[in-house]
Design a protein around this ligand. Structure first.
Ligand code: FAD
Length: 341
């Protein structure tokens, strides 16, 4: 049987590190234990709160629904071609450990996604992305357990409705499936590395690297991330709190008149993506603080827990930012973080 823990403190199970408790907490290390959970009478009536590494969640109060933490291990190579390999990874494997494993084995494709916190099972949820690369670019399929039926189902790339920080598991199928493993296609001997985004090329130049390997790119990404993003072990946070909004060309043109320096990147022909961090920073909110809840002083998109903030206080800061952004630019910021309840 999967052991149940009562009144479990979630402080170390999520990266905002708030003192919230789960009435019931279960840790799952294999697909078979999921079946056992379905027959547990404590879990039958209530929806489950699925938890990976807790790096993209905000708990605003104690959790009365059962929390199911997914810790399924394992990395196995499924198929080897001359240029690519398929690797199947358990949902509980730490994402950055997978990136390091791939580099150690000479496989590329994940280097730009180095140091993203969290577990592999959560990676498809919001199609994790960084430095010009998204999960979808290496994703083949995933296996998932349907909570209502107990059946396993395989989802291939085209069935996942991946988009910018979203997938079918965050929308239509929210809370219906538990991802138990993901299968990715990685490259061998690949030379066309993605160096165009952010400061990657500058960092490589500074270190005198002319022909970078995937490991060099990973090291550059790690260096940039460590200089820009707060370490959740030192200051509680969940990374970018909001998504970068995609607005109409029309509105972007209007905003450009008032804010000539506003950055924007065309998305297709109709939309422009605007960095939410810029919008917030421009309002002077970088470093803003109310008690122990605040906006990070180097990265306006990251909300932080300076020590003893609770979820409501973080949410109040988020609402304050949303109001100011809406009133100033006419843009509604959408949270990227999953907020409970
Ligand atoms: C400092 C910092 C930097 C970050 N940088 C980035 C970045 O560059 N790019 C990026 O995309 N994200 C980033 N994030 C966000 C976060 O790391 C990712 O979203 C990550 O994939 C979350 O993984 P997790 O295991 O912690 O998920 P959790 O926070 O535990 O869960 C996130 C959501 O997924 C669901 N979930 C988790 N596991 C499963 C599963 N096995 N089956 C079904 N549902 C599941 C949960 O119910 C929840 O809704 C950052 C976060 C931090 C703290």
């Amino acid at each position: 049987m999967v052991p149940v823990q009562h009144n479990y403190n979630l402080k170390d199970a999520h990266t905002f590190h708030m003192d919230v408790h789960a009435s019931l907490f279960f840790e799952v290390i294999g697909e078979r234990s999921l079946d056992q959970l379905r027959s547990n009478k404590l879990l039958r009536e209530k929806p489950w709160v699925i938890l990976g590494g807790g790096s993209n969640v905000l708990f605003t109060e104690n959790v009365t629904d059962p929390v199911v933490k997914i810790s399924i291990p394992g990395i196995s190579v499924r198929e080897c071609g001359s240029n690519t390999i398929m690797v199947k990874v358990g949902a509980g494997v730490n994402w950055h450990e997978l990136v390091l494993w791939s580099l150690d084995h000479g496989y590329s494709g994940l280097e730009n996604l180095s140091l993203i916190p969290g577990q592999c099972g959560a990676a498809p949820m919001q199609n994790i992305g960084a430095y010009g690369v998204e999960l979808v670019q290496v994703f083949e399929s995933l296996d998932a357990f349907e909570i209502s039926t107990g059946l396993m189902k395989t989802f291939y790339r085209d069935e996942c409705a991946f988009g910018y920080r979203t997938s079918i598991f965050k929308t239509e199928l929210k809370n219906k499936f538990i991802i138990t493993s993901i299968t990715l296609r990685l490259h061998r001997n690949r030379s066309d590395l993605n160096l165009d985004y952010g400061d990657i090329q500058n960092v490589l130049n500074d270190t005198g690297i002319r022909n970078p390997t995937p490991r060099d790119v990973s090291n550059a990404v790690i260096k940039i991330r460590q200089s820009k993003l707060p370490d959740p072990n030192q200051i509680g946070n969940a990374g970018s709190f909001f998504k970068n909004p995609e607005i109409d060309h029309h509105l972007f043109k209007e905003l450009k008149r008032t804010f000539p320096e506003i950055p924007g990147y065309a998305v297709g022909t109709a939309k422009v993506k605007v960095p939410a961090g810029w919008l917030i920073d421009k309002l002077g909110l970088k470093g803003y603080r109310n008690g122990d809840a605040g906006v990070h002083d180097k990265q306006a998109l990251v909300l932080v827990n300076h020590g003893s903030a609770n979820g409501h206080q973080i949410l109040a800061i988020a609402h304050h930012i949303q109001d100011r952004v809406q009133n100033t630019y006419g843009i509604l910021l959408e949270p990227e973080v999953n907020i409970y309840p």
